[in-house]
Ligand binder design. Sequence first.
Ligand SMILES: [Zn+2]
Length: 687
Amino acid sequence: MIGQTDTLVPSLWDSAKSASLDPVAELVYASNLLGADKRITNFGGGNTSSKVRMPDPLTGEEVDVLWVKGSGGDLGTATRANFASLYQDRVLALEDLAKRRGLQEDDIVALYNHCTFGLNPTACSIDTPLHAFVPFSAVSHMHADAVIAIAASKDAEKLNQEVWNGRMGFLPWKRPGFDLGLMLRNLIRENPGIQGALMQSHGFICWADDWASCYELTLDLINQAQEFLDRSPQKQPFGESITSRSSDPKKVLLELLPELRGKTRHNGLRQIAKVDTSEEVLEFVTSEKLGSLAGLGTSCPDHFLRTKIRPMVFNEGGDLEASLGAFREAYGAYYERCKRPDSPAMRNPNPSVVLIPGVGMVSLGKTDQEARVTGEFYRNAIRVMKGAESVSTYTALPEQEAFDIEYWLLEEAKLKRQPPEKDLSRQVAIVTGAAQGIGKATAERLGQLGACVVLLDINQEKLDEAVEGVKATGASALGVVCDVTSDEALAGAFDAATLAYGGIDIVVVNAGNARRGTVAETDPEDYRLLDKLLMKGYFDTIGHSVNLMKRQGTGGSITVVASKNGVAVGSNAALYSAAKAFELHLMRSVAVDHAKDGIRSNAVNPDAVVIGSGIWNDEWRRQTAASLGIQPDEIEAHYRNRTMLKVDVTPDDVAEAICWLANEKRSSRTTGCVITVDGGNREGFLR
Ligand SMILES: [Zn+2]
């Protein structure tokens, strides 16, 4: 049966491999296989467990240990360290204890720590009782879209019988926790033959005596649901297509994204935006049922923590301010209706998912990854709604239940435990000339500080390497091959940045080159090169940046990489020196003209950056050595000795100064400023 059509999930179990693993390693293996296929469970969703006989470290006596996926993280990439271990009998004993002491759900959670086996520091999941109370050793709880489609159907209980014909019991909707575990135990006691249970509006859980069987069972149950959905004669579950597809979706998005990003700030915090114009999304956002289904909200609790109770639908050409105002008002009203005396304060009332009929979807989050996962979750929701509407009628969670999950105190505690955000998190940076030298070092440093980085360079091969370097810092990065002297290429690069992240906040204008020559002897080719790169290139890059920043309305930081030559001319470098002075004055003009827009404009004046620099590779090195009357390989020592501090100046040194200027948390009161990074050069002092 399995794998007959491409909608079904194929088995990837390797018996030889599993036989070589200890029981916990086998649990990790099974979890990774299950989590790797998003048709089996959504990102970060679902959990798995094994009950293993192990010697107690203190007494040596064999005891039952529950190994269960810990809180947070994704099954697909989970390791042993992501699993909690608990004394099974102590977890079960919590039932009596809770009764005797009259403990509430959230009080019991605090007691799980006291059940820890083997000093394992991994916090267990809120679903731990769901696993503990199943009297089988291998247990799998998944959020498969095909199964949730049945679980979120109006007649889920009836469909449960039709699809699985008695293999699965039925658990009516209940928020995850201890009571849900007890409900499941009772269900199994009353229906001894069942192999799993459909969890209304949530997902399913199934079990077996060993993991090979539990893995195959998990897939089999999902495939039965998928086959049932595939058999439906309803070929238009979302109704007729009533909105035509935009002839130029890119144009619509380029107009919308910066404004959306600017207007969805909350407490001054920006968001990163991701775009999805896939066929799956388009089918939904052009359909007759878009308005009614989007209004119902998502169902699976995991989806909904990220996607919010419902998305905003925004029509191309509409009034964004008014739409967002209405959305925030409705969200505030929902908060007021549902809040409890001890509820956490209202969070960002802006939408995290925006659906644009005929165009696609935009998802928002504090990082690129969070925005992407939010978008993925809404695609899960679209699949669930489509499946449910193809066999029945989709139903969402009751509003109060949804609220209680969104504002669960335990979730709030989890949010508070997250590591503090990095300085440049939520920000998008563009660096020109980013493939080597100062540009490359700066891009990496911006990545370390948490920014999403767009790297522009003319050299594809070196650019790819530099992009990998930024990604290695854990940041999101995009490389765009771009000749900054081409109007078309530069405009295209800013569009690419906008489509990738929603806009820009930080710009480092760096792409340059250098040539020697007095005014009388400058080669006309050299003149054209420097004119285009150092003057027009800087001018246009800043022009695009200012325009985009103004459309966002959230200010920004522009840092110009100039040179000591901008204040102290070098001999035999007439045009280079003049161009660097031009850049400094341009920077000052931007500071003066756009302070009112919250845009800060600053510069760094590096000098003697020879090591790791792109411009010292060829012509400039030879010409400079000739000017100085030394050999090309004596350049490094010459420049080191010329500094007051007798030090090498590296691209990393310059990157540090640039990132301080770019960082509004550090330098928000600084604009029109030049920082020298030259090892000390009295000619280069600013006065
Ligand atoms: Zn779940």
